[in-house]
Design a protein around this ligand. Structure first.
Ligand code: NAD
Length: 245
């Protein structure tokens, strides 16, 4: 289906809320999770991305996160992130809900941003509560210890087995329910509770649009699906919308 149809839908159905996943950042050189070249093809998430794995062997989890943090810190926002910030400035997009921890939406200029899986902005000490910034933690690699008490820090991202930050998922659920249009970009929609957000929109009478290279469980319920690269598709969408001051 076409970008022109998506632009029409966006004009007819406001407010529009955007939900992004790892697929919006692959054009910034960051691999996604579940594609054949994704992160889980190389690392077993049970060994490297669960809270139990972290509590049992935090140094092993940092082997993975140390490399990941350095890579994410060096990545730059791409056209997809930039277009979403521009569309927010022009009131076409009310908010961006993201599963990504990479801060690229923020760096591209998105302001109404809900990070439901946390972010690499900080790491925390589970023992004494100290909070360390991204730049500080890079200095403390390969196994960052708390500067106050010496315990190994935990990146402030949601690991499998952890609850999502309550305020963030509550806000995301409210935004999804209020959206006349939920535009999903670059997510397999396989990880709950975020994968339940389209149901909130549909149940409240909103419509769904999906820009994703692969089909998802929600494709059959979407009004528009575009199975191509996020950056170019979002730029074409912005070009098809009338500019607003
Ligand atoms: P995903 O890898 O499951 O899906 C990404 C989707 O994007 C794929 O369907 C792929 O086809 C598509 N895609 C890739 N590049 C694209 C492009 N350029 N244009 C359009 N589509 C593209 O990622 P997801 O949906 O974000 O996964 C859900 C979440 O699971 C992740 O965001 C992450 O937060 C997460 N998770 C990570 C950890 C961790 O690392 N600790 C733990 C738990 C969950």
């Amino acid at each position: 289906m076409s970008v022109a149809r998506l632009a029409e839908l966006m004009q007819d159905r406001q407010p529009c809320v955007v939900l992004t996943g790892a697929g919006i950042s692959t054009e910034s050189g960051i691999p996604d999770f579940r594609s054949p070249s994704g992160i889980w093809a190389q690392y077993d998430p049970l060994e490297y991305a669960t809270i139990d794995a972290f509590l049992e062997d935090p140094a092993k989890v940092w082997e993975f996160y140390g490399r990941r943090l350095a890579m994410l810190g060096a990545a730059e926002p791409n056209d997809g992130h930039r277009v979403l910030a521009e569309l927010e400035d022009q009131d076409w997009v009310r908010a961006v809900i993201t599963q990504n921890i990479d801060r690229l939406h923020e760096r591209a200029g998105s302001r109404a941003l809900v990070e439901v899986h946390g972010s690499i902005r900080t790491s925390s000490c589970l023992a004494c509560g100290a909070v360390v910034t991204f730049d500080e933690v890079l200095e403390l690699l390969p196994v960052p210890a708390c500067p106050t008490c010496g315990r190994i820090l935990k990146p402030d991202v949601v690991l499998f087995g952890e609850l999502l930050p309550a305020a963030a998922i509550a806000r995301a659920t409210q935004l999804a329910a209020q959206a006349q249009l939920l535009l999903v970009v670059g997510s397999s929609l396989e990880v709950y509770p975020v994968a339940g957000l389209p149901l909130e929109t549909l149940a409240a009478g909103g419509e769904l649009a999906i820009v994703n290279r692969d089909a998802t469980q929600f494709h059959s319920r979407a009004s528009v699906t575009i199975d191509s690269a996020a950056g170019g598709t979002l730029r074409a969408l912005a070009d098809a919308l009338p500019e607003r001051p």
